[in-house]
Design a protein around this ligand. Structure first.
Ligand SMILES: C[S@@+](CC[C@H](N)C(=O)[O-])C[C@H]1O[C@@H](n2cnc3c(N)ncnc32)[C@H](O)[C@@H]1O
Length: 374
């Protein structure tokens, strides 16, 4: 009997999509037990148990490779993680409150806030020899410019533009590029509004239009030459509907570049911890998910970026967080600052380990170049 046939009958191991109904049910029950265990460990830590970082690291370094390689179904904590859900983006207000509208003093310090490279909450590219976080982010945007073949004069939409880092950098390189940035986070939009009034910022060049709004309701009067979306599709629950919407914003010969966290496991993954404390409704799509939802746009090229690039980026964010948090304790995090610090340290230490596991080969980032399907 071939391994793929055998997997159908065995609970827990391997590809959940091929399982018989009883093996599927048993796998979901085992996942509930793993969810409960994960929450107990995490919440014991965040409620104050003193554990050296090295012990947490050892725990993650030991468990994650085993889960990624042999038990990926246990990394899908809810049924909805395994499939598309109703809305283009699920629960955006929850997400803004828990994550993107947190005190910007903390986020900006953690992510790095330079003269040209504004806070960028996505993978930096280290494998070409970047010496620091800022250089890694520059090299990542240079790589995007090359892959998307950005031309001077392009009119570009940045779908989920963060603090405007990618538009600011690209406009510094191309004097005739224009950008529209869409973002639901009011706090991040306030950051960009301030830059739009700062003569030293390319966001003030008259070539940047800011739209504060939700991906779910986005509408534009015009079509764009290029669309960029970096680090946003982990918040998209329905790829088919998202591509349908985005196809309507793209010129007939236009190109769309998606950059996401991805996993080379048979199923999408998430975690009870990140859903509750960090990224509500967030999920990490399997590497084939985007090419497999090609009704309105088709994938013409794709790249897998080794997770070690993201592990190192998270490691830098962890250091910045640790160095700055004492001076930022008085900001309003919506919960006790000491507890907040532990919630975030658990997340950051875990993600450093996640992306380094299996030598970065399973949990990394994916880039996809899409065009109209005609
Ligand atoms: C991980 S950050 C990436 C930001 C930016 N692209 C970068 O690379 O720094 C995700 C961004 O998507 C935005 N976002 C998430 N859900 C959204 C939604 N439903 N509508 C609009 N923006 C959303 C967030 O506010 C945040 O700016």
């Amino acid at each position: 009997m071939l391994w793929r046939d055998l997997q159908r009958y065995l609970p827990i191991i391997g590809d959940i999509h091929v399982k018989t109904p009883s093996a599927y049910k048993a796998t979901r029950e085992a996942t509930e037990a793993i969810n409960a265990m994960q929450m107990t460990i995490a919440e014991t830590y965040i409620s104050g148990l003193e554990v050296p970082d090295s012990v947490l690291q050892l725990l993650f370094d030991t468990c994650m490779p085993v889960l990624f390689q042999h038990f990926p179904a246990l990394l899908a904590p809810y049924e909805w993680v395994l499939q598309e859900t109703e809305a283009v983006a699920e629960g955006p207000q929850d997400l803004m409150k828990t994550q993107y509208n947190l005190p910007q003093g903390m986020l900006n310090r953690m992510l790095g806030d330079g003269k040209l490279i504004y806070p960028k909450y996505s993978m930096g590219l280290w494998e070409k020899g970047a010496a620091n976080l800022e250089q890694s982010q520059i090299q990542m945007i240079d790589d995007l410019i090359e892959k998307l073949e950005i031309q001077d004069g392009d009119d570009i939409l940045d779908f989920g533009c963060g603090w405007g880092c990618v538009p600011n950098y690209i406009m510094s390189k191309f004097p005739n590029v224009t950008f529209t940035g869409l973002n639901l986070s009011h706090e991040q939009c306030e950051y960009m509004r301030q830059k739009m009034g700062d003569p030293l910022s390319y966001l003030s060049s008259g070539r940047f239009t800011l739209v504060e709004g939700d991906l779910n309701n986005a509408q534009f009067e015009k079509k764009f030459d290029k669309i960029i979306s970096v680090g946003v599709f982990c918040h998209v629950g329905n790829l088919t509907n998202a591509f349908k919407k985005l196809a309507g914003f793209l010129m007939p010969a236009g190109k769309f570049f998606v950059h996401i966290i991805t996993v080379r496991t048979p199923n999408n993954i998430s975690s009870v911890y990140t859903h509750k404390y960090i990224f509500p409704h967030g999920r990490y799509w399997n590497f084939d998910a985007i090419p497999n939802h090609n009704k309105d746009l088709k994938t013409v090229k794709r790249w897998y970026l080794n997770g070690r690039n993201y592990s190192k980026t998270f490691d830098n964010w962890l250091k910045n967080f640790d160095e700055s948090f004492d001076s930022l304790e008085n900001l309003d995090y919506g919960l006790d600052a000491a507890k907040f610090r532990r919630v975030w340290r658990f997340y950051l230490i875990w993600f450093v380990a996640n992306f380094a596991s299996c030598d970065g080969q399973i949990n990394g980032n994916g880039q996809f170049l899409l065009v109209h399907d005609n």
